[in-house]
Design a protein around this ligand. Structure first.
Ligand code: ATP
Ligand code: MG
Length: 654
């Protein structure tokens, strides 16, 4: 196969792709222009993609003055989110698969849940919640694995106007208890046990442990998923399957104001204590549906797969709400990319003839390291588009994705966004833009990005430019507040750069004006007066064939101000040596320049990551600085023991 990869590093979409795309360049330009010159007109029209009980007449009402930040979209409109994701599809596609469930065990049959069946389940679960005393505005914590019940539960809450807060099933009892308490949940919905990668997590006993630290009024609804034995507290624990089978299959949807909260979701905690991000109904769903259709070039009948977990915002917007609002078939995968082996993703693509595939760079790097035969043996001819999210993708992984998975045929949308933004903010539009490996490219409709000077806060208008990424004005999917702490909302996002939403991320605008995320602003290092994104050094390191993963942080350096400290995980069969340190130094010097030459290299068998696969550089910074006392909130770490190992090795090197 001929891979479209001109020397310039710019990859245009194929003519075939452009010919069938929802949005081509002329359309993008016209729609973008309209979205920023006439946002009210643009978004009033876009809101028409939803079914409203009362159509909004006031489209946008926002204030960004620090101390008075208030964001409202469609504020006099009424709708029900579950009706938009389920009921309104029944007449035309009741028998179409809504959720295609692929279990952890590859031998177990996949399940095709039609829109009719989804409706039945959501209505029953909504009635169960009502019977448990859940009322409009009450919080329901959902601590479920990647099973259809997670989507039913989210939509059941939406149907009755309860606010859900999904907690990733990989979290510990402590992390679960913190979230139940922070949002004051009345109910937690969990399952007996959760199979993942052939192992089982005892979710119910985790919940038991969590509830020891919560009000004794919190009830626990249990999905019997595996049938494994669990403990049972009479009066508190409720068998959800049993109640659902006895509940009425119709539950009148509650008309909700567009600005009523739909959910609270806690951020990953990469940079500090997780924040309870609040999203509301009308604006969020409009934005989710539009981005899903445009960015993934979704067409009627497509099989769409986002591999994220419903515990992350990506799972909310791009497994559940966006696809279902559009009447799509959305794949829900219970397992992991490497079980039973590193071909699982590709086998699922082959089996279900997936058209759009959306995953994270961390998964791609892990799979890339296992060798090409796992992907080459599968038939991936159904794929039309690929996407990534979660962190900057290094060009090495991008090229592998393009060549091996997309076979040079599928545009890659590198989507930059955050829990806070509700949906994509930066991304190439696949039928409109040529892509550049590692660049999130262009703002989505209604999104007005600015590059600010990190110290003065002045907007930098010339190109190329480097600075921090901020947003002017609002878009409908924007978060409205931090649950219970509006001041923290204002202080975190609106205080630093007056009148702007500050993303916390650094970026570079190239000569064409295309945007490259350089990582967290906290992760920018200043070496002898040169500002450098740590992502760039990491990207250079992992491009070396002996390096599997790398994390780079700054540390105090007597001469340079900050030195470059590299944590390097080597490929399985590579032995660490002083020679290799020299080799890597020379390599990075060669790739980026002498200024980026690593000062210290520490071999790291593992890196501290959040459960969503993001490296917690704040912890690595502390270790590099020899400051082990104040590591901060580590409750969202996937494997805390990694940190002890790193500290041990750090101590040994001094
Ligand atoms: P916390 O805010 O608690 O520290 P978090 O920022 O990791 O957690 P998320 O909202 O899940 O929580 O992640 C959003 C961040 O992920 C962005 O701010 C950005 O740093 C990174 N990110 C997401 N997508 C991309 C992408 N395509 N390219 C580069 N970075 C990305
Ligand atoms: Mg963040």
């Amino acid at each position: 196969m001929n891979v479209a990869m001109p020397a310039s590093g710019v990859v245009p979409p194929s003519e075939e792709f452009v010919a069938q795309a929802n949005v081509d360049l002329a359309t993008y330009n016209a729609m973008y222009e309209r979205s920023v010159t006439d946002p009210e007109g643009f978004w009033a029209e876009q809101a028409e993609r939803l079914d409203w009980i009362t159509r909004p007449t006031t489209i946008k009402n926002t204030c960004f003055d620090f101390g008075r930040v208030s964001i409202k979209w469609f504020e006099d409109g009424f709708l029900n989110v579950a009706v938009n994701c389920v009921d309104r599809h029944l007449a035309t596609r009741g028998d179409q698969t809504a959720i295609l469930f692929e279990p952890d065990d590859p031998e177990a049959p996949a399940r095709h849940i039609t829109y009719n069946e989804l409706s039945d389940k959501v209505n029953r679960m909504a009635n169960v919640l009502l019977s448990q005393g859940v009322m409009r505005g009450d919080r329901v914590v959902i601590y479920l694995p990647m099973i259809p019940e997670a989507a039913y539960a989210m939509l059941a809450c939406a149907r009755i106007g309860a606010i859900h807060s999904v907690v990733f099933a990989g979290f510990s009892p402590d992390a679960l208890a913190n979230r139940i308490n922070d949002c004051g949940a009345k109910i937690v919905i969990t399952a007996d046990t959760a199979p993942r990668g052939g192992r089982r997590t005892a979710l119910k006993s985790n919940t038991d442990a969590a509830l020891l630290h919560c009000s004794d009024k919190v009830r626990c609804l249990v999905v019997k998923h595996t049938g494994d034995q669990t403990s049972w507290v009479d009066g508190r624990d409720v068998d959800l399957n049993y109640l659902m089978s006895h509940a009425a299959p119709d539950c009148p949807p509650r008309p909700m104001n567009a600005e009523d909260p739909l959910f609270i979701l806690y951020t990953s905690g990469s940079t500090g204590k997780p924040k309870g991000v609040v999203h509301t109904s009308g604006g969020y769903l409009t934005y989710a549906a539009l981005t899903h259709e445009v960015v993934f070039d979704y067409h009627e009948g497509d099989v769409y797969w986002c591999t994220a977990d419903v515990g992350w915002v990506t799972g909310h917007t791009y497994i559940v709400y966006g696809p279902l609002a559009n009447g799509a078939t959305t794949v829900m995968f219970e397992g992991v990319p490497t079980y039973p082996d590193a071909s699982r993703f590709w086998q699922v693509v082959e089996k279900h003839k997936v058209n759009q595939f959306y995953t994270a760079p961390t998964a791609l790097r892990a799979l890339m390291g296992q060798g090409d035969e796992f992907v080459e043996k599968c038939d991936l001819s159904s794929l039309r588009l690929l996407g990534t999210v979660g962190e900057p993708i290094n060009p090495e992984a991008w090229n592998w994705y393009n060549e091996k998975v997309g076979q040079g045929r599928c545009p890659i949308v590198d989507t930059w966004w955050q829990t806070e933004t509700g949906g994509h903010l930066l991304t190439p539009i696949p039928g409109a833009h040529a892509t550049k490996p590692g660049s999130a490219m262009k703002p989505f409709f209604g999104v007005q990005t600015v590059v600010l000077d990190a110290t003065t806060g002045e907007e930098i208008t010339e190109r190329p430019a480097e600075g921090v990424l901020a947003l002017k004005d609002s878009w409908p999917g924007q978060m409205r507040t931090v649950w219970g702490d509006h001041e923290r909302f204002e202080a975190t996002y609106f205080q630093q750069y007056k009148g702007h939403y500050f993303s916390g991320d650094g970026c570079r605008a190239d000569a064409d004006g295309d945007l490259w995320i350089t990582g967290r602003v906290d992760d920018v290092i200043n070496v002898s007066g040169h500002r450098m994104g740590t992502a760039e050094v990491e990207s250079a390191l992992v491009a070396h064939h002996k390096v599997a993963e790398a994390a780079v942080v700054g540390y105090p350096h007597a001469v340079k101000g900050q030195g470059i400290y590299c944590y390097v995980t080597l490929m399985n069969d590579v032995e660490p040596s002083d020679e290799l340190v020299k080799e890597l130094r020379a390599w990075v010097r060669n790739e980026i320049g002498p200024i980026a030459s690593p000062d210290l290299v520490q071999w790291a068998p593992g890196l501290p990551k959040t459960r969503s696969g993001k490296i917690m550089r704040r912890i690595l910074r502390k270790i590099a600085e020899n400051d082990y006392g104040a590591l901060g909130d580590t409750s969202t770490l996937a494997d805390p023991s990694v940190v002890d190992d790193l500290i041990e090795n750090r101590k040994n090197r001094d």
